[in-house]
Write a protein that binds this ligand. Structure first.
Ligand SMILES: CC(C)=CCC/C(C)=C/CC/C(C)=C/COP(=O)(O)OP(=O)(O)O
Length: 303
């Protein structure tokens, strides 16, 4: 595991798909809103701005996205967005302000990953509320629930993004459950990035509930014991809503180096990146640097 301290970006790798024109990025495309943030694109799946020979402007972010290698793009990124309260406390702010700042940082990550979907990134999962988080002070839990609901209603407006919630939603406030159902229903046909938000999620619970469903199918004679294998198991996990359930890359901000009961089955061969920064300070440049670093890792899946 790499105790990643975000270092200076390494030189951009040459991208064989964009070898000649990648230094000329057009600004001329009219902006539209994604997740409350302006984006230069028109279509449902965001398009990277096209090169324009008459335009000498270099947009750093687009340039860096173009520098990534589509063949080595992760299909699924998972994020443990940690350190929001510590960020607030160090600034003499209240925890709520830290979570609001985290929400803004989350929008930035979602926006960037949505742009990366054109290069092959398909899914992004945020671990926002664990089954253990219920033990936090009630006013903090209530605030987070209200924020999650607001996020479902206000932020999940982006046309290309599909939203799903992972976890046992039955314990969430009824109004939040309703907002989740609406967000999932209205976005289910979207073909851009698949944003998965873990609420009241526990990796152990996910494995247990899958085991119970499989056991009951065996008991009812719907399947044989011999039918149980990894792919059948995956079909019963919370991540069954995506074609890419196993994250290729996990990012945890906030300096802790553990997975905290998150996607325990799905993380078996995930590349782990631990970032010292608190989540509200986690910016586009950080995720781009991690993507470049990920593309240089050798993955042999134990072979
Ligand atoms: C809509 C909405 C609220 C969006 C995103 C905000 C966000 C990133 C929430 C993460 C929630 C959470 C319980 C983080 C872990 O600890 P912590 O960050 O609370 O604090 P700590 O690690 O400093 O103790």
């Amino acid at each position: 595991m790499l105790p990643l301290r975000l270092a200076k970006p390494s030189p951009l790798p040459i991208n064989p798909l964009f070898p000649l024109k990648q230094h000329k990025i057009s600004r001329s495309i009219a902006p539209r809103k994604i997740f409350g943030i302006k984006l230069h694109s028109h279509s449902k799946t965001p398009k990277l701005p096209k090169s324009n020979p008459d335009d000498d402007v270099i947009e750093g972010r687009e340039l860096e996205i173009r520098g990534l290698l589509p063949d080595l793009m992760p299909k699924h990124i998972a994020v443990i967005a940690d350190g929001n309260r510590r960020w607030a406390s160090e600034r003499g702010l209240r925890g709520k302000q830290g979570h609001r700042a985290g929400r803004r940082a989350m929008k930035e990550v979602v926006l960037l990953c949505n742009l990366c979907s054109e290069l092959g990134l398909k899914a992004l999962t945020f671990f926002l509320f664990s089954t253990e988080n219920w033990f936090r002070p009630k006013d903090q839990v209530d605030f987070l629930m209200a924020e999650f609901e607001d996020m479902m209603v206000s932020d999940v407006e982006e046309k290309g993004i599909r939203t799903s919630v992972l976890g046992d939603t039955s314990r969430l406030p009824k109004s939040l459950q309703k907002a989740i159902t609406v967000a999932e229903e209205t976005s289910k046909g979207n073909t851009g990035l698949h944003l998965m938000i873990s609420l009241n999620y526990s990796g152990k619970h996910d494995i247990l509930q899958a085991t119970k469903k499989i056991a009951s199918k065996v008991k009812d004679g719907m399947i044989f014991l011999e039918d149980i294998n990894e792919s059948l198991f995956l079909e019963e996990l919370n991540t069954k809503c995506t074609e890419f359930p196993n994250p290729d890359l996990l990012i945890r901000t906030g300096g802790e180096r553990r997975v905290s009961n998150f996607m325990l089955w799905q993380l078996a061969y995930t590349e782990l990146f631990f970032v010292e920064k608190y989540f509200p300070d986690f910016k586009e440049a950080d995720i781009l640097e991690i993507l470049r670093s990920f593309q240089q890792r050798h993955r042999n899946y134990g072979k």
